[in-house]
Design a binder for this molecule. Structure first.
Ligand code: HDE
Length: 749
């Protein structure tokens, strides 16, 4: 029935058909945007926006997909053929001399197939190898043309297609998603004026101040060269040796040891451009700018025990979460915020805005929200899109320019350069996912894998034989901000770069008690894997300059005596910053409620089946993803005679998969559950501070495991909700409210 079909393919109208008749007509690049975007785009400026994007109305189009159409292939109802288009009659047997004889060299079909297979892999990214991506679009809330001529901000309601790749930094391509690590947050805007790549991270600062140190940082972080361990982890001697000798990394280390490094989902993390950039308006005036992405689902993290278990239970946890959210129509969204400030303001700060180990507190320069990004379509093919996408900080458009941040300056070179070896030559911009959606014309020619067939004799400029074309765009072209430069040529850094501890301390003091505890635990974990005592001591000595409480707590966990603080540069004083509440993860609880939250409802013989169905339906109605979990798959009969079909067993669906659990009235420990997986499930849900709701007799299970306190509603100090059988409704409502809020870490106290 239509209803059944809708349940199978819930909401994503951007999803192309994969099976049956629909699969034979791959969807075109024209796709329909959600209603609220339609509403935004149908403002007065719609006509102008549409005109910019071409003949078809802007809101019906994601033009990043359009150019991909001609390259998309579908083998439905087609015969096999070779790469030369020759039909293949037998794909099972190689050509032999006699039925039991040797294979023949002339078997061009065998050789073509095997040769291609032999070359299927390309080098993985040297950092950020593990990643997941999606298509979407950015809509501008305001017309920012007084600040920048950058195309995405030119009109209210302007829609610009994007492709976004999230990643971990250290791990190899097949490593686990939930490793403790920084996350990449790279956005490719396919603007009217060319490609703009905003290649950011989920933390607003970085480890080093100058690009020349980057290869050392990455060598120290990656698996040690003699035995290639550890994978996707900074918990080893080389890493801590390097950073302990590099006090400028202290601020970033606190971020890296914080809950930010184990996000619950890509959908629930912030993104930052990190560096200071410049925005330029029509008359050539420039301001400085920092970019922020704020998730509408709020910022949420895992706890370490959960992250570690997820590495085994589902190494693709974040990839799957992103994919499933988009498939079910719970499109991930972020708002873009700008911190805009002038050069004069920047000079008054007691840190340097060119120093990527410093952030600008939001209390000092407020964040102005200027638009929203929605990811609404999964890629068709991981390799063609997610793997081959090439982000480059050098890809900027008119209206956006660099600052002199020495880290950014080095990146401008690095990304283009690395694509040349990773993607096999200088023509990587012709790979479909990397092509701009506006036309491009120049005299660059030839090279490996050239796709474009240039017509005409002229391949130089200026020319007269080609009518002078393609010609320089003059004032319509990219113009660098004419920043004044003077001084001597030297290898050195500004004085303000010498201070390393003030903002690290501000960050630590801005965290809640639970967040601080998690930072201490993370340092203890990492340093306990470090074998060299002198390295651990150097780390502690640096941290003593951040907070003696922090350093002492770590030392205590390591059984070490606190060393004296590391000497602080005599050139500077460590400033005392007021705590910045915006730096805590609790500052952004999110506005999308329980959308895409995963809830386990444990079922078995004798449970209150009708109430379970009701809970299931209510959670679905609010956009959550409930699943019926049991000892075994299959059908069980409830105490009211209703049937329930378990969807997943404890082995396949451990507690770490779910954001919360419901225990229905009538549930009992199952004698077939010999390994006591339900008890393990509940202990993990409890330990990981997730909401638990039990009503009726199921409360006894929690009491038996000593997981429930005696607190009565409306006070649930540790997010365990217990309700009488007849108060099922009120209990469910309280549970859903908890599910929408950040985890409460009271159970850890
Ligand atoms: Fe990167 N970085 N990086 N990086 N980076 C790469 O480019 C590099 C830095 C970031 O999803 C590489 O295509 C240098 C800061 C992301 O494809 C490489 C320096 C920030 C991604 C490279 C930095 C980032 C990369 C490896 C110091 C946050 C993944 C493969 C000067 C603002 C993009 C590639 C994707 C990838 C170099 C520092 C973010 C080698 C030299 C700071 C999100 O070019």
């Amino acid at each position: 029935s239509a209803q059944k079909l809708a349940a199978l393919c819930p909401a994503n109208s951007s999803k192309p058909g994969e099976y049956g008749e629909a699969a034979r007509h791959p969807q075109t690049g024209e796709m329909h945007l959600p209603d609220d975007v339609l509403a935004l785009a149908s403002t007065a400026s719609e006509a102008a926006t549409s005109a910019k994007l071409g003949d078809t109305p802007a809101q019906g189009i994601n033009r990043s997909i359009g150019p991909l159409d001609q390259n998309r292939a579908d083998g439905g109802e087609q015969a096999l053929s070779s790469n030369q288009g020759v039909a293949i009659g037998d794909n099972q047997n190689s050509l032999k001399a006699g039925i039991r004889g040797p294979a023949l060299l002339e078997d061009f079909l065998l050789r073509e197939k095997i040769t291609h297979f032999d070359h299927e892999r390309i080098p993985e990214r040297v950092v950020h190898a593990r990643g997941s991506a999606a298509h979407g679009f950015f809509e501008a809330y305001d017309d920012l043309s007084d600040i920048t001529i950058a195309a995405p901000f030119r009109q209210t309601g302007k829609v610009t297609p994007v492709f976004v790749r999230f990643s971990t930094v250290a791990g190899e391509r097949g490593s686990a998603d939930t490793a403790r690590d920084v996350r990449g947050f790279a956005v490719k805007f396919y603007t009217d004026d060319g490609i703009w790549d905003l290649v950011g991270n989920n933390m607003p600062v970085f480890f080093i101040q100058d690009a020349i140190k980057f290869p050392n940082l990455v060598h120290a972080l990656k698996p040690e060269p003699h035995h290639a361990m550890p994978q996707a982890s900074s918990a080893h001697d080389n890493y801590w040796d390097f950073v302990s000798l590099m006090p400028e990394s202290t601020h970033m280390l606190l971020w890296q040891m914080s809950d930010r490094a184990i996000p619950r989902s890509y959908r629930t993390m912030q993104g930052f451009g990190v560096h200071t950039f410049r925005l330029i308006n029509r008359v050539g005036d420039a301001v400085f700018c920092k970019f922020h992405w704020n998730p509408l689902a709020g910022t949420h993290a895992l706890v370490w025990d959960e992250a570690a278990k997820l590495m085994g239970a589902d190494p693709d946890f974040h990839r799957r979460d992103l994919w499933e959210a988009i498939e079910q129509g719970a499109y991930p969204q972020w708002e873009l915020g700008l911190q805009i400030f002038t050069e004069a303001q920047a000079e008054a700060f007691d840190f340097d805005v060119l120093d990527a180990t410093k952030l600008i507190p939001e209390e000092l320069v407020p964040v102005r929200t200027v638009g929203r990004m929605t990811l609404h379509r999964n890629p068709d093919n991981f390799f063609a899109e997610t793997e081959q996408v090439a982000f480059c900080t050098a890809h900027v458009i008119p209206g956006i320019d660099f600052s002199n941040d020495p880290l950014l300056q080095g990146r401008i070179h690095s990304y283009v350069d690395t694509q040349i070896s990773r993607l096999g030559g200088a023509n990587f911009h012709e790979i479909p996912i990397n092509r701009p959606v506006n036309p491009l014309h120049n005299n660059q020619r030839d090279g490996m894998h050239r796709q474009t067939i240039h017509r005409g004799r002229v391949n130089y400029e200026p020319n007269s034989l080609g009518g002078g074309c393609p010609h320089q765009a003059g004032y319509l072209g990219y113009a660098s901000f004419p920043a004044a430069v003077d001084g001597e040529k030297l290898r050195a850094k500004p004085l303000k770069f010498a201070e390393h501890y003030g903002q690290a301390r501000m960050f630590y003091l801005s965290q809640t008690g639970a967040e601080q505890r998690h930072i201490i635990d993370a340092f203890r974990f990492e340093l306990s894997k470090v074998q060299t005592p002198a390295v651990r001591q150097r780390v502690l000595a640096n941290l003593a300059n951040v907070s003696t409480g922090l350093a002492a707590a770590i030392a205590e966990g390591l059984g070490m005596v606190m060393p004296p603080p590391a000497p602080v540069s005599g050139l500077t004083v460590v400033p005392e910053y007021a705590p910045s509440p915006a730096l805590s993860l609790t500052a952004r609880p999110g506005v999308t409620g329980i959308l895409a939250r995963k809830v386990a409802i444990i079922v078995g013989a004798g449970v209150a089946a009708s109430a379970v169905r009701l809970a299931y339906a209510r959670l679905r109605a609010e956009g959550a993803l409930p699943r019926l979990v049991a000892t075994r798959l299959g059908r069980s009969t409830g105490k009211d005679g209703e049937f329930l079909d378990a969807e997943i067993s404890f082995e396949a669906g451990p507690a770490v998969y779910f954001d919360a659990v419901i225990l229905p009235d009538g549930l009992q420990f199952d004698a077939r559950d010999r390994e006591q997986r339900l008890a393990e499930f509940l202990r993990d849900q409890y330990r990981h501070c997730k909401p638990i709701y039990a009503w009726g007799s199921a409360r006894d299970l929690l009491h038996a495991l000593a997981l429930a306190t005696t607190a009565q509603p409306p006070l649930y100090p540790d997010d365990v909700i217990l309700a009488e059988a007849e108060q099922f409704d009120a209990g469910l409502a309280a549970f859903m409210a908890l599910l929408a809020s950040p985890r409460s870490y009271a159970r850890e106290d």
